[in-house]
Design a protein around this ligand. Structure first.
Ligand code: ASP
Ligand code: MG
Length: 412
């Protein structure tokens, strides 16, 4: 029988009523003749609560026990969903990660899926089970311990199951009705996209759009899993929501398809470092060892053998970055006059695969910002993305102005 993966996020299973509503959606697909693998998140808010309890007991917690605790939310919703389906006379049973088993690395709290053997679940489908309800977010390490896949990880569970079982599609049910050109809370001109390319979604997810875990998009792209994002709160037709798919499946596309933003950026500048071979490595090695996620990097023009080096990182990593750099200075590996952190910045990015073939996008972006009197502090580009760092107080204005300038309210 054809197979679908349906994933329900925390708000879609937040209470028994909503679980019933989600189960009804599953029932519709079963009635059409699909076998279904349902992936569930924990009830909304539950994982946060579990994390707080762990941190309350032990700030420097044992990550194996953290995983044992925070994976429990999904265990509850998987069982409740299976029971609800059974009440509707749909043959269903629940599966915890270790029962499938979802085999992962042993990187606790950030594990990666290595393999999902399909035999156990397929054997049950063979015996007449129509729905396998699998607890998202969790797996089993080679050492036999429970692991979790990082916050938002049940998206990744869903895509991995769709790839392993060759599902026709992976539907991600959530509290929004699809992927938007930008955050509708910032401009009411934001438009829901019918389709978006994997590459664009990947950029948008890693630039701060929170609909899908970045890793899940990476996996979907690698295995060409058709991914659909849609609302569990509305009646759904077969083409509802947003389809995340290969570029070839998109006929008409705007040059820019999304404006993303991230509020929590900091700009760090090392004033007057020696401009010599190896200096970038000497600065960024200790940062990487300290786990700082460096994003944009600019080396300024040097004068008399000295230069300023600027980079951006998440605001909550500023302390760690400062410590790593001061220690490297103390060890004599680098030398700088001053280290200045600006935590009042935000990153705004324009994303679109059309940029590959169309020039002038960067110029238009800079012109738009300059017309609004917004100063650009750092610029970074990739083939399909242009990001700028600006003062945080202009972030909303920048998003609105760029959304207008690239006419994102109009479909291609
Ligand atoms: N419950 C987990 C979290 O809140 C995983 C997920 O919902 O995707 O991060
Ligand atoms: Mg999520």
């Amino acid at each position: 029988m054809p197979l679908l993966v349906m994933k329900f996020g925390g708000t879609s299973v937040a209470n028994i009523d909503r679980i019933r509503r989600a189960a009804k959606r599953v029932g519709v697909e079963v009635a059409k003749g699909y076998d279904v693998i349902v992936i569930v998140s924990a009830m909304a808010g539950r994982t946060n609560e579990l994390v707080e309890w762990v941190e309350d007991i032990s700030p420097l917690y044992d990550a194996r026990e953290y995983d044992a605790v925070v994976s429990s939310g999904e265990v509850v919703t998987a069982g409740l969903m299976a029971l609800t389906l059974q009440e509707m006379d749909v043959p269903a049973r629940s599966w915890q990660g270790w029962q499938v088993p979802v085999l992962t690395t042993s990187a606790h709290s950030a594990a990666r899926i290595d393999e999902i053997p399909t035999d156990n679940i397929n054997a049950k489908f063979g015996e007449g089970m129509r729905v396998a309800v699998v607890a998202g977010f969790q797996g089993l390490s080679p050492e036999g311990r429970i692991t979790t896949l990082g916050r938002g990880g049940s998206d990744t569970t869903a895509v991995a199951f769709a790839a392993a079982f060759g599902a026709e599609r992976c539907d991600i049910y959530t509290d929004v009705d699809g992927v938007y050109t930008t955050d509708p809370r910032i401009t009411d001109k934001a438009r829901k996209l019918d389709r978006i390319a994997f590459e664009e979604m990947l950029e948008l997810a890693s630039l701060g759009a929170k609909v899908l875990q970045t890793r899940s998009v990476e996996l979907a792209m690698r295995y060409n899993v058709k991914l659909r994002v849609l609302s569990s709160f509305e009646e759904q037709s077969d083409d509802a929501g947003t389809l995340v798919c290969a570029e070839e499946e998109i006929v008409e596309s705007n040059v820019v398809n999304g404006i993303a933003y991230s509020r929590d950026e900091a700009k760090m500048t090392l004033i007057s470092v020696a401009d010599r071979p190896g200096i970038a490595a000497a600065i960024f090695m200790p940062l990487s060892e300290a786990g700082v996620n460096v994003d944009m990097i600019v080396q300024n023009i040097s004068e008399e053998g000295r230069t300023d080096m600027t980079f951006s990182c998440p605001t909550n990593q500023v302390k760690r970055a400062e410590q790593a750099l001061q220690e490297a200075k103390a060890r004599g590996e680098i030398n700088f006059h001053d280290l200045v952190a600006d935590t009042n910045v935000a990153k705004v990015s324009a994303v679109g695969i059309g940029m590959r073939s169309q020039s002038g996008v960067a110029a238009q972006m800079f012109k738009t910002l300059s017309d609004e009197g917004i100063n650009i502090k750092v610029i970074a580009t990739s083939e399909i993305k242009i990001s700028v760092l600006i003062d945080r107080k202009y972030m909303e204005l920048a998003v609105q102005a760029l959304h207008d300038a690239f006419e994102l309210d109009k479909a291609a």
